[in-house]
Ligand binder design. Structure first.
Ligand SMILES: Nc1ncnc2c1ncn2[C@@H]1O[C@H](COP(=O)(O)OP(=O)(O)OP(=O)(O)O)[C@@H](O)[C@H]1O
Ligand SMILES: [Mg+2]
Length: 306
């Protein structure tokens, strides 16, 4: 298992009457694209602000790159880039010059890092354009370039695709994928929608009411949220035997005398229907269910809050 670079243990954060985080746990491993999913007010921003040093927890422990002392944490935060609030730019300056200001502030020698950063986020062609003339998507990419500046190993992004159009979301996702796969950047990214992250996340953490409900790998989640077919027939046992013989790639589960489920099902309802009808089985209902990623999340919340 890869090194744990972020961990939170028993973290709480109280605002006057509100417990924004409540015995919260989390573990992010190096190389992850960690999808941090939760509804409005779940506590995502609160946690990300604590990790990046913008706010302090009421109690509990955080560890960054294996270090947990207060002074050490500040040093380790130098390895983390983040976009939590809207990134601040000089709108009257070009993308290139915005990065130059940052380079001077950070005292990084050599200007090569500027074109490298612009290339990483696909902005090299508009590097001489003023930021006030940028689209929202271009601004988000510039924010990403700024967050990454100085060879950051971990990127913390709080709902970075909010407000982007579908094309912008796809483009942004592609950049994140590249940063992760080609440059080895670990990414912690929050969102309301699991679906939005499903193309890139390698694991997920579900937060609800300030608590971590579940941490799960993308693979496990995929397996748990598979789609299946529900078939109501006059004779489930006979129908199951026929389907098992004709279509051995599917896993058949008899639910009642008149109902069965077809798992590992790839969407070919026509073939299943035909097979059953040819065998003189009366099909009363045939319906595909996909517990889907969103449903899985909702079900998880329900299970735990009930
Ligand atoms: N500065 C603050 N003062 C008081 N309460 C706060 C403050 N910041 C957050 N909260 C409360 O803490 C809870 C968690 O808020 P947080 O912003 O972390 O949620 P979130 O998951 O980021 O939500 P969203 O998806 O809407 O951004 C909410 O009930 C919120 O009202
Ligand atoms: Mg938030």
């Amino acid at each position: 298992m890869a090194e744990i670079i972020v961990s939170a243990e028993n973290l709480t954060k109280h605002y006057r009457k509100i417990n924004a985080l409540n015995n919260f746990h989390m573990e992010v491993h190096r190389g992850d694209v960690y999808g941090f999913v939760g509804k409005n007010g779940a506590g995502k921003t609160t946690l990300l602000r604590i990790l990046t040093g913008r706010s302090r927890q009421t109690s509990g422990k955080i560890e960054l790159f294996g270090k947990s002392d207060r002074n050490d944490l500040d040093i380790q935060r130098g390895r983390i880039g983040s976009i939590i609030e809207t990134p601040a730019f000089y709108p009257g300056m070009t993308a290139k010059d915005n990065l130059e200001v940052l380079r001077l502030q950070m005292d990084i020698s050599g200007k090569g890092c500027i074109s490298d950063a612009l290339k990483m986020v696909g902005l090299e062609e508009v590097s001489s354009k003023k930021v006030k003339d940028f689209s929202l998507g271009m601004k988000q990419r510039l924010g990403l370039a700024m967050a990454l500046f100085g060879n950051r190993e971990l990127l913390v992004l709080d709902e970075p695709v909010n407000g982007l159009d579908p094309e912008g979301i796809v483009g942004f996702r592609e950049i994140l994928k590249k940063l992760n796969v080609e440059f080895g950047v670990t990414i912690l990214i929050s969102s309301h929608f699991l679906g939005e992250l499903s193309q890139i996340a390698t694991c997920y953490g579900f937060i609800h009411a300030g608590k971590m409900m579940e941490e799960i790998s993308a693979k496990e989640l995929q397996e748990k949220s598979e789609s299946y077919l529900v078939i109501r027939v006059d004779n489930a046992k006979k129908a199951a035997a026929i389907l098992e013989k004709a279509l051995p790639e599917y896993r058949i589960e008899i639910i009642t005398e008149m109902k069965l489920h077809v798992h590992n099902f790839s969407g070919e309802t026509g073939l299943i229907m035909k097979t059953l009808i040819n065998a003189d089985i009366t099909v009363k209902e045939l319906k595909a269910y996909n517990d889907g990623l969103e449903n899985y999340y909702m079900a998880t919340i329900k299970k735990i809050t009930n």
